[in-house]
Design a protein around this ligand. Structure first.
Ligand code: ZN
Length: 429
């Protein structure tokens, strides 16, 4: 063996070693894989159907709806399985409490907690597309049960370009005994699915004034998140290539609601019902007073006539798809608030329900259309709902079912022609 040949053999062996035991992880962007983690679960669309978890928080309960056959099945490959938790089943298991579910690279990823006599063990699981395999990818945290109470649910995990961002919240048992006041801490694990590298961001206080890191989104080389500490919100971004964290210089009364429009542009909500734009490169903050405005008819006694005047509406949530900015009034696109599916808004001090709208703006922030969204016509009763926008479709998700229409139909305004897409089997309230 000559010298040159030996080197190439060594290189090949090293390459083989490096590839050993590691799966190829596709690089997908967060929006594509996990759009607006809304309400019960995100809309988790594959090429052939939709995945969903029918329990909002709690035991494993994975389903798959196949579009071609119209079949709604448990995500379990054992033909004889009764999916009742008696034997181990990948679709239903009481072994794990589920915090968050996310569809990425053709697999389902679940952030779960396992409880033993003395410990809470936090794990990231992967379930294959056909439910035949359930893999424990990594144990990212182990805590002693003596001093804390684990909080199930809360902020959702996201996966962006092969990096899983997994938030957790731990409540101190001492704090929980003081009436009405909870205290503890929150943390964020960052796990690289390709290299297996696990990083922990510093833990932060958690109480009624501090939520820690929330509203994670991925864009380019960055994971963006809001941090709420002592009632003050700050927007930061974590760089997935070098691990650095940078705080963006938004105005002080930023409310914690933001959307990344492109690599240089952040839209954010400012107290006083205004939209602001932040330019990352120049650190400029630009106001857009013309947005979040609607015309309201008022009776003018001097003119003895009805006149139209501009009013500001409260933006309850916003989302972008790179083309449009969607601002919800009484509509939520993310499941950001802990345990709150809220989309039913009542006017102050009355029982009167305010109609829910999505205002759609183009890149120049001109209002394109205003769409009325309401679950009642589709369910026959009033219920919580959330809206997701993905791949040219708009999804209206309620607790018992998911409805859809095309984005083209939605952009015509008025009341969009949502049709039943699939029902959630075994819904638990
Ligand atoms: Zn089963």
């Amino acid at each position: 063996m000559n010298y040159k040949r030996m080197i190439s053999t060594l290189l090949l062996a090293l390459l083989l070693l490096a590839g050993c035991g590691k799966d190829e992880i596709p690089i997908e962007d967060y929006v594509r894989s996990n759009p607006g983690t809304a309400g019960m679960t995100a809309i988790m669309k594959s090429d052939t159907g939709y995945y969903y978890s029918s329990t909002e928080y709690g035991d494993l309960n994975l389903h798959y709806y196949d579009v071609a056959s119209g079949q709604n099945i448990y995500l379990c490959s054992k033909p004889e399985c009764r999916h009742d938790g008696d034997a181990f089943c990948t679709a239903t298991s009481e072994k794990y409490s589920v915090n968050s579910v996310c569809f990425y690279g053709g697999s389902l990823y679940l952030s779960v907690m396992e409880t033993t006599e003395s410990e809470y063990i936090y794990k990231l699981l992967r379930v294959s597309e056909d439910g035949s395999e359930l893999t424990e990818v990594v144990t990212y945290l182990t805590v002693n049960k003596a001093s804390i109470r684990a909080l199930i649910g809360g902020e959702e995990m996201i996966i962006h370009r092969g990096v899983a961002v997994i938030p957790y919240t731990l409540i101190s048992l001492e704090g929980a005994t003081i009436a009405g006041e909870i205290s503890g801490f929150t943390g964020t694990c960052i796990y690289n699915l390709g290299t297996g590298e696990l990083t922990q961001l510093p833990e932060l206080e958690y109480n009624s004034k501090s939520n820690g890191r929330e509203r994670f989104t991925g864009h380019g080389d960055y994971i963006y998140f809001n941090t709420k500490q002592d009632r003050k919100n700050t927007l930061s971004r974590y760089c997935i290539t070098d691990g650095s964290i940078e705080e963006l210089e938004l105005l002080r009364t930023y409310t914690g609601m933001y959307e990344v429009m492109d690599e240089d542009t952040i839209y954010y909500y400012y107290s006083g019902e205004r939209l602001f734009e932040h330019k990352i490169s120049t650190k400029e903050n630009i106001t857009h007073e013309e947005v979040f405005v609607y015309l309201e008819k008022h009776w003018n006694p001097f003119l003895n006539a009805e006149v139209e005047a501009e009013e500001n509406y409260t933006c309850t949530d916003m989302i972008t798809d790179g083309t449009y900015l969607y601002a919800g009034h009484g509509v939520s696109f993310h499941g950001t608030s802990k345990g709150n599916l809220g989309s039913i808004v009542y006017s102050e001090g009355t029982e009167e329900k305010i109609k829910s709208y999505v205002h759609v703006y183009d890149r120049e922030l001109n209002e394109v259309v205003k769409v009325e969204v309401n679950a009642e016509p589709y369910l026959g009763y009033e219920d919580y709902f959330s809206v997701a926008i993905l791949d040219g479709m708009v999804y209206l998700q309620t607790r018992p079912a998911v409805f859809s229409c095309t984005l083209e139909e939605f952009l015509k305004g008025g009341q969009p022609p949502f049709e039943l897409l699939y029902e959630h089997e075994d819904v638990e309230y």
